[in-house]
Write a protein that binds this ligand. Structure first.
Ligand code: XMP
Length: 522
């Protein structure tokens, strides 16, 4: 296992992901973690980047015991400066903040000047790397030597003369460092000697055994499903572990995609054999949403109504099937990024938008929580889904927000507006799939704008609504780029939407990246 100590960099979770992709188990902890309280010994430690400067009065510092663990340590960016700060090097502000691509030259050693450090073994003489820093090393600590340099950073990569201690200025964890993953591989596999036994094949057996042990012979579990990847994989895993003692509930909140509830029923219940109840509560949700325009208000109403409907359904199930024992557990499809979010070191970055999902369910229900996916990243959940024979079309599904179409209708939500947006969404995704682009896009959806535009149809002027189309590519949804469609596909989508949907006479395409935009419009 690799221990990743997080100093609040926006990339910290990516370090964890890269290790996992290399089949090496890695866990992220805040940089304030005391080594003596860890309870396990890592095979190696990675120190992340940070928005801080090591000399700031309030800057975070690692427990010095980490250097006593006697395992390899790799410092990335701030992590490098932290090693220098602890071991007697000096760090200085750069004249300009360096942000973007750079080329690192890999230093050669030995009498024939042919060998390179183990960290860069087999990576050639130079490589493209991603830099993002305001400070850099001005002098390495004693007993360190330089293993790589760039034009502006003479100490871009350093290593200890005798111990496996490394520091690199660049970010190997981001995809803008094309060979970064290989650098991480050299560290975790070759230098730390970690086992490459983190695979979903290994995980699934262990997790099913763990669920069976937790639930015992009679424990019953309920869980909400949405038709999304996480809840479907979690539900199928529970079904594999405890069969019909798991019961899934899907709440139709009136702002789902077209035919979503019926499709989930076919897939989860008929095809995958999971016990499922679908509750149509669309009237209740839509009546509570009447006249509401504020997005946070919409999220709150949908979240609270969901809890209310779910609890009532769970109570019904509990009393209807008393002979089967009480429901003791609530399944949640929590993923590792949510766990990271709650444990990672909070730098100065603040929450930008609140995402209300099913939080709050537990306090009232007195159910114990079971979270079989809490160690997994999304791509691992997808791999697990494939292993559990969940259809590929579902495993690759784009995310869909809990508050659904309500946050994609920019004005008040009515059944008529929902139906217009459902049609636009269906046409848009159908064409994206037909063009074979669905898997290249991370998320695509239509937004119904609260404005009217003039158009012409036949020889009549029309005055109708506008749809905006959004499609983004993103690794983690923290940042995103808009997707470049071939023009003929946009043309076909636009013409189908305006021809087939009464009430829409104009289609626009959103060309805003995140930041400064967000993925959703609300
Ligand atoms: P933003 O709009 O914040 O979206 O850039 C990032 C990702 O989060 C999803 N999203 C939500 N998901 N409840 C959810 O379950 C919400 O209230 C919510 N708001 C945004 C969004 O679809 C994208 O995948």
């Amino acid at each position: 296992t690799i221990l990743i100590l997080d100093f609040g960099s926006q990339y910290s979770h990516l370090i964890t992901r890269r290790c996992r992709e290399l089949n090496v188990y890695a866990e992220l902890m805040p940089c304030t973690q005391k080594i003596k309280d860890l309870g396990w010994k890592p095979n190696g430690v990675i120190l992340s980047g940070s928005p801080y400067s090591v000399y700031d009065s309030d800057s975070p510092h690692v427990d010095p015991d980490v250097f006593e663990l006697d395992v390899p340590i790799l410092g990335i960016c701030y992590g490098l400066q932290e090693i220098a700060w602890n071991l007697g090097g000096t760090v200085a502000k750069c004249d300009h903040r360096e942000y973007g691509s750079a080329r690192i030259q890999i230093n050669k050693f030995g009498s024939d000047r042919a060998s390179v450090d183990a960290l860069f073994e087999g990576l050639g003489d130079e490589m493209e790397v991603w830099m993002s820093h305001g400070d850099q090393l001005a002098a390495p600590p004693p007993d360190f030597h330089i293993i790589g340099h760039t034009k502006s950073a003479p100490y871009a990569a350093i290593a200890h003369n005798a111990k496996p201690l490394y520091g690199i200025q660049f970010h190997p964890e981001v995809t803008h460092s094309p060979r970064g993953k290989e650098v991480i591989s050299r560290f975790v596999r070759n230098i730390c000697g970690c086992k490459t036994d983190w695979t979903m094949e290994e995980f699934v057996g262990k997790e099913i055994a763990r669920i069976r042990e937790i639930c015992g012979e009679t424990g019953r579990v309920i869980g909400a499903v949405s038709g999304g990847v996480d809840s479907t994989v979690a539900a199928k895993l529970m079904h594999e572990a405890i069969g019909d003692r798991f019961h899934a509930i899907m709440v139709d909140n009136g702002v789902l995609r077209r035919d979503e509830a019926a499709q989930v029923n076919v897939m989860l219940n008929k095809d995958l054999g999971v016990n499922l109840t679908i509750v149509d509560a669309s009237d209740l949700f839509l009546s509570r949403l009447e006249g509401v325009e504020d997005p946070e208000q919409k999220r709150k109403i949908i979240g609270n109504t969901f809890i209310h409907v779910f609890e009532a359904e769970a109570a019904k199930l509990d009393s209807a099937e008393v002979d089967k024992g009480k429901i003791e557990w609530l399944l949640q499809g929590t993923l590792y990024p949510d766990v990271i979010e709650s444990i990672s070191f909070k730098g100065p970055s603040a929450t930008i938008k609140t995402h209300h999902n099913v939080g709050g369910l537990l306090e009232d229900m007195r159910l114990k929580l079971i979270e079989p996916l809490r160690e997994l990243f999304k791509d691992e959940v997808r791999a697990l889904g494939r292993l559990l024979s969940i259809p590929a079309s579902l495993v690759q599904r784009h995310p869909f927000p809990g508050p659904g179409l309500a946050i994609r209708i920019l004005g008040p939500v009515t059944r008529a507006q929902v139906q217009i947006l459902q049609q636009a969404d269906a046409i848009y995704l159908e064409e994206i799939r037909a063009a074979g682009l669905y898997e290249r896009i991370s998320q695509a959806f239509a937004v119904l704008l609260p404005v009217r535009a003039v158009g012409v149809m036949g020889d009549r002027r029309t005055y109708e609504q506008v749809v905006a189309l959004r499609a983004v590519q993103s690794e983690d949804f923290m940042t995103a780029d808009w997707f470049v469609f071939p023009p003929d596909i946009l043309r076909r989508i636009s013409s189908r939407i305006t021809n087939e949907i009464a009430g829409i006479n104009r289609v626009t395409y959103d060309i805003t990246s995140k930041p400064p935009g967000t993925v959703e419009w609300l």
